[in-house]
Write a protein that binds this ligand. Structure first.
Ligand code: UDP
Length: 237
């Protein structure tokens, strides 16, 4: 079916408006706010700190523990508080998306806790959470090979589009949603999920679009870090 114009009039390769900030939760070691359209994620990092119970400690490496959740009021139909199968899965893919950017052997016996809360949801929340978490890790001063930038691409009707909102995800008989996370400097993909159907050529086209979207997000993430730390954060990243 022909999808001739996006529901919010964006170009097919245009993300929603993006805003990012770091250092928003003073008690945390690192924190960040990431907004893309109506989707808002906040992330707080605690650690590296000693891992308990102690038998879980590994003298060779630290571990990363991510916890993703959506606030009850983040969606129009109240979300019941507490973990769900979905939040457990998203926490796990978030960990896997962030791990390639870190060298946890620097922090034996420790844990780095990353808490991600979605305070407003309009699709693309796992991606917004990953982009926020990467900034919060950098804000916590944890050495990183690169930031991780994340955005969703997909197919709505007959078009490959960047950054689907909820209305597009639910469009007609359903769209294809492909959340992607990339370490922009070397182009390594650390998250790739696919919900729906897509041809090989379309997937390649979608991945190109995701790279373009992640490059845009990367600029905004770095800018937010630069605003807090001046030139030095740029040099360290
Ligand atoms: N959603 C919802 N209630 C839920 C879970 C999800 O309304 O309990 C909405 C929310 O807007 C979310 C969207 O469905 O962003 C898509 O969810 P999905 O599982 O595809 O993950 P996301 O795109 O947010 O990473």
């Amino acid at each position: 079916m022909v999808y001739s114009k996006r529901v919010d009039s964006r170009k097919f390769d245009q993300p929603r408006e993006i805003e990012a900030r770091v250092g928003i939760i003073k008690r945390a070691d690192g924190s960040a706010y990431f907004k893309i359209g109506k989707t808002i994620a906040i992330a707080a990092v605690y650690g590296p700190r000693e891992l308990y119970p102690a038998f879980k400690q590994n003298p060779e490496t630290g571990i990363l523990r991510c916890n993703y959740d959506m606030m009850s009021f983040s969606v129009t139909e109240r979300k019941k508080p507490g973990p769900t199968r979905r939040s457990v899965e998203i926490s796990l893919v978030t960990e896997n998306a962030l791990l390639p950017a870190l060298d946890l052997s620097l922090f034996p016996n420790t844990v780095i806790d990353v808490f991600i809360q979605i305070i407003q949801a309009d699709a693309g929340t796992r991606c917004a959470g990953i982009s926020a978490a990467a900034m919060a890790l950098a804000d916590a001063g944890i050495p990183m090979k690169d930031l991780v930038s994340s955005i969703s691409v997909g197919k709505v009707g007959d078009k490959i589009v960047l950054d689907l909102n909820k209305e597009e995800e639910d469009y007609e008989e359903g769209s294809t949603d492909i959340p992607v996370a990339i370490m922009p400097r070397n182009g390594e993909i650390s998250l790739l999920q696919l919900d729906g159907d897509v041809e090989k050529e379309e997937l390649l086209q979608a991945l190109k679009l995701a790279k373009k979207g992640c490059d845009e997000i990367y600029k905004i993430q770095r800018q937010a870090l630069k605003e807090r730390y001046g030139g030095s954060a740029q040099d360290e990243l």
